[in-house]
Design a protein around this ligand. Structure first.
Ligand SMILES: *Cc1c(COP(=O)(O)O)cnc(C)c1O
Length: 828
């Protein structure tokens, strides 16, 4: 396959673009090395472009969570629905019969997919794999009085682990078992056998295991089924096997052809195979089990005859007829027909998918294990048997891992997920509903898991490291339509963000690191910016206007806010990006706050308080209760509500209270150590969520970020646009001489005014709201994350406060004032 060059010379690939020469060479090399296995005889790029438009510019690495669907399968399904009339299958009218016919056809196709006939197996449709497992537990002929045993492999999904609750309620003894334990049991079954010699009926036991671990991708021997039958089964004891094939089937074929060796129950979810339909799974049951299986609940069409008052009901004869309570998901079952067609047309035999994904995951594994920091320390700790990559009978296309820093510390998975998300890479993090595999690979005892819960960690939260140990991990997984480009973008992402290949020069690690740099740096004040309304755009103070400084910030800065009418909370641009399009400025002499927005007449609000009707309240302002004046004017409030399309009103804080904390990085600064100048009034406590009074930004540092953005390799946006200085929302923008010299300052003098630095500003993805368009972009967040990230915190700009005792009155700032930065207060 030959790469196509577009007009501007960049490499054009459906899905994502890889820009560098090196990546192109790697692809050519990879493809030539894997001609027989990768890419469905050269068709993959075309398949990807035509059938998966939803993957364009996305790197989707969560096929083990759910793979995605081909557009043909959706188109054919909708065409089918609009050209045929399908009714509820439990009836005899033509539309009903049509549904029944189609459903039976799909049932047969599924049997064929597993290479069995309807005499050997029955397909029972369920809502998902979990419901299939639950049903297997319900129908299983457990012997009472703790005679039956339920064993589940340690690496079982929670859906399988949960079967222990219903099995033990039915009187079974339940236990997890490791691979080694199971193999030992196969060797010496007698020690595990049923000792009770006077039993008349055989006891049924259930052994359940996943064909593939959804956490690590490890595959477990399918031969276990045969071994269990031959080694464990006696006249008195009868072991049945439940194989959870949900994860395995995403990339591999399962043949049940030889019924002597195939499991009694197989559970699956169809979205793991085809991406669509969701909400549909199946339990395949060996038909010969029918006479043994029990039924408790019944409902819908599963009865042939029933009376309402006597405990009399006769179930339908077939297993599916008997166990599919209620109306089956007949339309989605019809969707499966198209899913099967399209998968066959695109990929042919499932074997090709196995080969394709195996080639990719093997390459990915090699690349990830070869990543090293500058000191030779490995970057990735991978949680699977490494030697099995390359052998699809032992390892599926999944890599589960955590990352380490050069000093050996773990990187929290939320940090990785956040940066991946900003780069349009979709990964999965956490514990993957697989407690056994997680505890095994993360080396967590059950006590530790319980302690972590008490320490506040719950599934899906971001407490990713407790006591120096990860509480979860990251999983990437491939599917039929994954490409080499997906893999290379992922590897480049790890290289760019997580590999330290040069010894860091400690720009903020220790103060001593700055010794080489001169203690005084001179530059000028580029602009003074005031943001009258929180989270909205502000204005630049005009040249030659001297703007007053107050202890709580520039005059009028952050004095107003918008309050959501529904819950009374202060509104933030983080959630409502359109707020960035509202511009507020002050016409001090005329006495107005002037607000504008695209396609709106401007709003002029008198500054004088007596010209308004207010309601007063204590309101929740970013987590803190403050005294607030709420504007009652309908015209003002409607202006904001209609523009933002959210019912809200304008409010003004009587005393602005500044807060320090989450945005700051210097641990030495706590609310208690903040000088009194910040505390405008006695009760002015500092909340920990807002900003400091002054945020300093250096223009040369902004320029440096823009240079890096334009050079970025994984910049997937067509052309990199420079990020406006305004996006950083600084109040004081200095010209600067060297990028980031401001990181080293402790004190700064602007004109005759002295400010002390509180610490660096910790950036969140609010940085990504473009102040011109109100839309979210990746930059500058992604680029900053590559080289301005310390322990997961992305730093840019400096927080500071004014020191009136060291400054000369009048306390004002003016554009072009001379600026001097000092490394130590003593140098002043
Ligand atoms: C996904 C999965 C399940 C659960 O599937 P649902 O569709 O959520 O019911 C069970 N076991 C394994 C191994 C899985 O991968």
């Amino acid at each position: 396959m030959s790469p196509t060059l577009t007009q501007n010379g960049s490499f054009s690939i459906p899905g994502v673009s890889i820009a560098s020469e090196r990546s192109r060479t790697e692809k050519t090399h990879f493809v030539s090395q894997n001609l027989k296995t990768y890419g469905y005889s050269g068709k993959i790029d075309k398949i990807r472009e035509q059938e998966y438009p939803q993957l364009k510019d996305q790197v989707y690495l969560d096929h083990a969570g759910a793979t995605t669907y081909a557009s043909s399968q959706i188109q054919r399904f909708t065409k089918d629905l609009t050209s045929n009339l399908y009714g509820n299958p439990h009836s005899q009218n033509p539309s009903s019969k049509l549904s029944s016919t189609r459903v039976e056809r799909v049932r047969n196709r599924i049997l064929k997919y597993f290479e069995v006939s309807g005499n050997d197996y029955t397909v029972i449709f369920t809502q998902n794999a979990t419901a299939a497992i639950k049903l297997a537990g319900e129908m299983f002929p457990w012997s009472k009085e703790q005679k039956s045993r339920f064993l589940y492999l340690r690496e079982a999904h929670t859906s399988l682990v949960g079967l222990r609750a219903s099995a033990s309620a039915s009187g079974a003894v339940c236990k997890p078992i490791s691979q080694e334990g199971l193999e030992e049991m196969f060797q010496s079954p007698s020690t595990q056998g049923n000792e009770d010699g006077i039993l008349e009926e055989p006891v049924y036991n259930l052994l359940a295991y996943p064909a593939q671990c959804n956490f690590s991708g490890s595959r477990f021997p399918l031969e276990w089924t045969r071994t269990a039958y031959t080694h464990l089964n006696t006249e008195k004891e009868n072991w049945k096997i439940l194989l959870d094939a949900s994860s395995y089937l995403t990339s591999s074929q399962l043949s049940l052809h030889n019924t002597q060796e195939s499991p009694d129950f197989v559970s699956l979810s169809f979205y793991k195979l085809f991406g669509f339909p969701t909400g549909l799974g199946a339990l395949l049951v060996k038909s010969e089990l029918a006479p043994l299986l029990t039924k408790t609940y019944f409902g819908g069409g599963t009865v042939s005859g029933v009376t309402y008052d006597h405990d009399w009901q006769v179930f339908r004869g077939s297993l599916s007829g008997k166990y599919e309570d209620g109306t089956i998901n007949f339309l989605d079952i019809i969707a499966l027909d198209h899913a099967l067609d399209v998968a066959e047309e695109l990929y042919g035999d499932v074997y090709h998918i196995t080969q394709h994904t195996n080639a990719l995951i093997t390459y990915m594994y090699k690349q990830m294990t070869s990543l090293k920091h500058w000191n030779g320390a490995p970057v990735c700790a991978i949680f699977s048997n490494g030697e099995h990559y390359g052998d699809p009978s032992k390892q599926g296309p999944i890599i589960n891992f955590n990352l380490k820093r050069a000093n050996g510390d773990w990187v929290g998975y939320t940090e990785i997920e956040r940066l991946a998300t900003a780069s349009s890479i979709h990964v999965r993090t956490g514990g993957f509903c697989n407690p056994g595999a997680m505890q095994r690979w993360l080396n967590l005892s059950s006590e530790e898991v319980q302690e972590n819960l008490s320490a506040g960690h719950v599934c899906w939260d971001d407490k990713d490291i407790i006591g120096g140990k990860p509480t979860g991990s990251i999983r990437i997984s491939l599917g039929a339509m994954s490409t080499f480009e997906d893999v290379i973008v992922w590897i480049n992402f790890l290289k760019e963000f997580f590999v330290n290949d040069i010894e860091p020069n400690n720009y903020s690690n220790s103060k001593d690191g700055y010794d080489l740099i001169e203690s005084l740096s001179e530059t000028t004040l580029d602009s003074v910016c005031v943001y009258p309304i929180k989270s909205c755009h502000g204005f630049h103070v005009p040249t030659n206007v001297a703007w007053p400084i107050t202890p709580s910030g520039l005059k009028y800065d952050h004095e107003w806010m918008l309050v959501n009418n529904d819950d009374g909370s202060a509104m933030s641009m983080k959630r409502i990006t359109k707020m960035a399009l509202i511009r507020a400025s002050i016409e001090e002499e005329a006495g107005y706050l002037v607000v504008t927005a695209p396609n709106k007449p401007s709003l002029r609000i008198p500054l004088a308080e007596d010209s308004h009707d207010f309601a007063y309240s204590r309101s929740n302002v970013f987590g803190e209760l403050l005294e607030v004046q709420h504007y009652k004017s309908q015209s003002i409030n409607e202006w904001f509500s209609t523009f933002l399309e959210i019912p809200c009103h304008l409010a003004r804080q009587l005393t602005i209270r500044r807060s320090l904390g989450s945005h700051l990085t210097d641990n030495a600064i706590t609310p208690n150590s903040v000088p009194s100048a910040l505390n405008g009034s006695k009760q002015a406590s500092l909340s920990l969520q807002n900003e400091s009074p002054y945020l300093l930004i250096s223009q040369v540092s902004v320029d440096d970020v823009n240079d890096r953005i334009s050079q970025s390799e994984i910049n997937q946006e067509k052309k990199s646009v420079p990020v406006f200085t305004d996006a950083y929302r600084g109040n004081i923008v200095i010209r600067g001489r060297n990028p980031y010299e401001e990181d080293q300052w402790e004190v700064i003098k602007i004109g005759t005014q002295v400010f002390k630095i509180l610490g660096s500003c910790r950036r969140c993805n609010m940085l990504c709201v473009n102040p011109e368009t109100g839309r979210k972009t990746k930059e500058p967040y992604v680029t900053l994350a590559k080289y301005r990230r310390i322990e997961g915190k992305i730093l840019f700009g400096r927080h500071m406060y004014h020191c009136p005792e060291l400054s000369q009155a009048p306390f004002v700032l003016r554009e072009n004032d001379p600026v001097k930065g000092y490394r130590h207060l003593d140098d002043l």
